[in-house]
Design a protein around this ligand. Structure first.
Ligand SMILES: [Zn+2]
Length: 328
């Protein structure tokens, strides 16, 4: 297809805005008093509420919005946007338009609030920004959602990443999710991922569970037990083996299997290197044990990285819009 070829200058094909025929104002709608600007130049309708605002605030935001504001429906020729013929905003709730106007008139150049009570407001701005391709509003809303305090839960971030194609959120959300067992997620959170992403996560969880159990039980083996020149006589070496088995289980196996994931495979090497040598293990055998740990290989990190890339591909495939990952 022409619009996927890398060397083409054709813009991606956008769906035409849905234009319904104008409806005359017979007093059936109420005015939003906060956004009824006496010197406003356009009257908009979202659901059954009218807003009188400044056309210039909107027109420059995006090509899609400028088209809606300036092109009359072909069947009637009436140019909407007056109190008599308000311009109907498709796919826009009253709350959404109120929040977008609050952004345009008050917030655009301010740091957004971190109060979690504002989550829905930022989601409204994000949905409007997606619908009308308004990049600054999208960036503002995503930034605001990222900085809520307390932060959004990982499951919610992954759900929003899917709904709004926020590819940058996928990696941290999945990595956070993989910190805890599946049983820490509520059924509604599991459902929020959608079937495709949920299946990928379930496979990653299953793989990780198997690897954790195997790692916890499989002690990296000491190798030099019968070599006298290393200084660990055969007659005392069994104590090294017993002590190393115990250290591995208590310091590594148990934290790995702990429900709160006190330790992850990626952290085992640094963790073991930070332990104080158990005096029952001879120095030479302890050095040998550390080397055996360093030589071990855990696949969890690679599996999670692969799942993250797959989920990004899924989200790209489901999205109508082509957002660049690094540019939101
Ligand atoms: Zn030994």
């Amino acid at each position: 297809m022409a619009n996927t070829a890398p060397d083409t200058l054709m813009p991606p094909v956008q769906p035409e805005p849905v234009r319904s025929d104008p409806v005359r104002n017979e007093g059936q709608w109420s005015k939003n008093l906060e956004y009824w600007k006496d010197d406003g130049s356009i009257v908009l309708r979202a659901e059954s509420t009218l807003f009188k605002v400044h056309r210039s605030q909107f027109e420059h935001l995006s090509t899609a919005l400028r088209g809606l504001l300036t092109i009359p429906p072909s069947t009637t020729g009436i140019l909407e946007g007056t109190e008599k013929w308000p311009l109907y905003m498709p796919d826009t709730t009253e709350a959404m338009l109120t929040d977008v106007l609050s952004f345009l008139y008050h917030s655009a150049f301010n740091t957004p609030s971190t109060d979690p009570a504002n989550e829905q407001k930022y989601l409204n701005i994000l949905a409007f920004a997606d619908r009308w391709e308004i990049t600054p509003a999208r960036k503002y809303a995503i930034y605001a959602l990222e900085h809520l305090e307390p932060p959004l839960r990982a499951a919610r971030r992954l759900e929003l990443a899917r709904i709004h194609t926020i590819l940058l959120w996928v990696r941290p959300a999945v990595e956070d999710l993989m910190q805890l067992p599946l049983s820490f997620l509520d059924p509604p959170e599991l459902m929020s991922f959608g079937g495709v992403i949920l299946r990928r996560l379930l496979r990653a969880y299953e793989f990780r569970t198997l690897e954790l159990e195997r790692t916890a039980q499989l002690v990296p083996q000491l190798s030099k037990w019968d070599e006298q020149e290393y200084g660990c006589p055969k007659e005392r070496h069994q104590r090294c083996i017993d002590a190393w088995d115990r250290v591995w289980w208590e310091q590594v196996g148990r934290p790995l299997l702990h429900p709160h994931r006190l330790l992850r495979p990626s952290g085992i090497v640094a963790h073991v290197e930070g332990l104080v040598r158990d005096p029952e293990i001879s120095p030479i055998c302890y050095a040998d044990a550390l080397q055996a740990v360093r030589n071990s290989d855990w696949a969890e990190g690679r599996v999670v990285a692969q799942v993250i890339e797959h989920i990004k591909e899924d989200i790209r495939g489901m999205s109508m819009k082509q957002y660049d990952e690094n540019d939101l």
